[in-house]
Design a protein around this ligand. Structure first.
Ligand SMILES: Cc1ncc(COP(=O)(O)O)c(C=O)c1O
Length: 359
């Protein structure tokens, strides 16, 4: 069986070597006579994998010691509520930047718990830009400043880290582990796993320890970061199989040369694809040059009546999941870590050939 090239925005491609290891381990993990999924989360084996996953992640992201690393559940969407429940009530409000669909969802959830000040929005440009920080109107006493470094649907990305007096909270679902990041600049980083971390079912939260212990009294125990930190993310039964696969992905990242190597590779992949789109009158990307995402590349066929044949033929050519999000239409190629340069080359070749035949 040949594996196809998968450009899905999430759940996304996983490294083939990780899947092979999982296949080998499936029935009999490390000669224990059972699969990893069948072990108690209190066993030394599962606790050992969880500890090693945390250590490798700390090494990859160079996470300072005064940050807790939590492996939780509920996806990034649950953190839209957990963030205000853990941080908002100690102040009168929180600042949010609106750069598209995911920040909007975080804003809507934040509003359920307190005053939300939208300090900047790129709605006027149909979310095709990142609003420059000089234009933001930050509150003087915000509990935190929330932003979305990469909007997975719109394909817009910050190439810089915002500055704020209040703790910076980032939904890094679609950029985490794609390049090095200065974790110390953030109060909280959270991310769903199903792009660059592993399979769905796991949510990563990295939180500066001084921000723990401030949760609202009605914050559910499962969403309380302090409770989770006190229980090594095992307040209840964690998603052990997702954690095991994430640990394998972290090992794979180390083997690849770490995040600096991933950054170079990811930048090459994205630049190639944008160059191909820009060189053609047949395809178009709506995002301002400086705000283009390295992970999610939306593009439209200028003649949208060709969308259907494009999708059918790309799929037949082994290029999967290129359909854009249902809210924006068109196409989108997600180029996460496990999407190889060969996959991007094959996509570009297909796009050129399609243009020749239909252009
Ligand atoms: C930037 C961003 N935030 C949040 C989410 C929602 O994540 P989840 O499905 O893990 O709740 C996604 C999902 O794609 C996303 O891309």
């Amino acid at each position: 069986m040949t594996r196809k090239y998968n450009f899905c925005a999430g759940p996304a491609a996983l490294p083939e070597s990780v899947l092979k290891t999982a296949r080998e381990d499936m029935l009999n993990w490390h000669d224990r006579g059972l699969s990893f999924m069948e072990m108690s989360h209190r066993s030394s084996e599962v606790v050992g994998v969880a500890e090693r996953a945390e250590q490798t992640l700390r090494q990859l992201l160079d996470i300072p010691a005064d940050y807790a690393v939590l492996f939780l559940q509920g996806g990034a969407t649950t953190q839209f509520s957990a963030v205000p429940l853990n941080l908002l009530h100690v102040k009168s409000g929180a600042d949010y930047v609106n750069t598209g669909i995911w920040s909007n969802k975080a804003i809507a959830e934040g509003r359920r718990y307190g005053a939300v000040n939208v300090v900047a929005s790129s709605q006027e440009t149909n979310f095709s830009t990142i609003p420059p920080q000089q234009q933001w109107e930050l509150s003087s006493d915000a509990a935190y400043l929330h932003y979305t470094p990469n909007e997975t649907i719109g394909g817009v990305e910050f190439s810089w880290i915002p500055e704020a007096e209040s703790p910076l909270v980032a939904d890094m679902s679609s950029t985490i582990l794609s390049r090095p990041v200065d974790v110390g600049a953030f109060g909280v980083i959270y991310a769903g796993a199903q792009k660059n971390i592993g399979p769905a079912g796991l949510t990563l939260v990295i939180v500066r320890r001084e921000l723990l212990g401030k949760a609202h009294e009605l914050c559910p125990a499962m969403l309380n970061w302090q409770t989770q930190a006190d229980n090594d993310s095992m307040y209840n039964t964690p998603p052990t199989f997702s954690l095991y696969l994430a640990a394998l992905v972290f090992d794979w990242l180390v083997e690849q040369g770490g995040l600096q190597a991933m950054a170079s590779r990811n930048s090459r992949k994205a630049q190639k694809l944008y160059a191909a789109i820009d060189a053609s009158d047949f395809y178009a990307n709506p995002v301002e040059l400086d705000s283009r995402s390295l992970m999610n590349v939306p593009f439209a066929l200028v003649d949208a009546t060709l969308d259907k044949p494009f999708l059918a033929e790309s799929e037949a050519a082994g290029l999967l999941n290129l359909k854009g999000h249902r809210s924006v239409g068109g196409m989108r190629a997600s180029l996460y870590n496990a999407v190889s340069e060969a996959a991007v080359d094959a996509l570009i070749e297909f796009m050129r050939d399609f243009e020749k035949r239909y252009g």
